[in-house]
Design a protein around this ligand. Structure first.
Ligand code: SF4
Length: 216
């Protein structure tokens, strides 16, 4: 007889197979050309849409071309440049603080370990996991609002605490799927499992989702 954990692993595998088919091109939607640019874009994306961030970063990255440009930027001027992303004062301080530490303690290079990344001002596990997975090829799982909501609906976790959820899901999914899983779930959350009106009737996961309101 299968244990609950084994059953959840089977469902997790099935989930990935179906999502891969539905969202073969799922990828990070933030635009960047360097690791530091992704770090900045990810800090900006907190409580903001990726679409909005992508509207702001082209001019931003033209004005501030390197970690040092951000590190020694004027806080008020930077806050003004990122104003439309929300929480601009807090984000400006975070970006400047993180960039300063990168310049002064890491020779201008974004560090490639969770321990060092989360020591950077303004950088939490979500941002660190994003950078590790996208730029350093480290298996890592970003837990954003789509992941919290949809993984709970699917019954693959019962917690809403991102760190606890990250550890639980890492136990269920194959490490090679961690990075892409978030991208596929974000695509699914935007296209079908929309926050206030999930469209279960056309969901490819309806028959394996306990929250489905569509009879399978
Ligand atoms: S069946 Fe409904 S609630 Fe479940 S994942 Fe699909 S859209 Fe979301």
């Amino acid at each position: 007889m299968k244990t609950d954990n084994q059953t959840s692993r089977d469902r997790a595998e099935e989930l990935v197979t179906r999502l891969r088919k539905a969202y073969p091109d799922a990828t990070c939607s933030l635009h960047y050309t360097t690791t530091h640019e992704l770090l900045v874009a990810t800090i900006l994306s907190s409580q903001c849409t990726d679409h909005r961030v992508n509207q702001v970063t082209p001019d931003l990255f033209k004005k501030y071309k390197s970690p040092s440009d951000f590190a020694y930027a004027d806080t008020v001027a930077l806050a003004k440049d990122i104003h439309s992303c929300g929480y601009h004062n807090q984000k400006a301080k975070g970006i400047i603080g993180a960039s300063l530490m990168i310049v002064e303690e890491h020779d201008g290079k974004v560090p490639n370990s969770m321990d060092d990344l989360v020591k950077l001002p303004g950088v939490g596990r979500k941002t660190a996991n994003c950078v590790l997975g996208q730029c350093f090829g480290v298996p890592s799982m970003v837990i954003d609002t789509h992941m919290v909501r949809i993984m709970n609906l699917l019954g693959l976790t019962a917690t809403r605490d991102p760190k606890k959820m990250e550890l639980e899901l890492m136990n269920l999914f194959d490490p090679s799927d961690w990075v892409n899983l978030t991208h596929m779930i974000i695509d699914h959350g935007r296209a079908v499992c929309i926050a206030r009106r999930p469209q279960c009737y056309k969901c490819i996961l309806a028959d394996i989702c306990p929250a489905s309101d569509s009879p399978s």
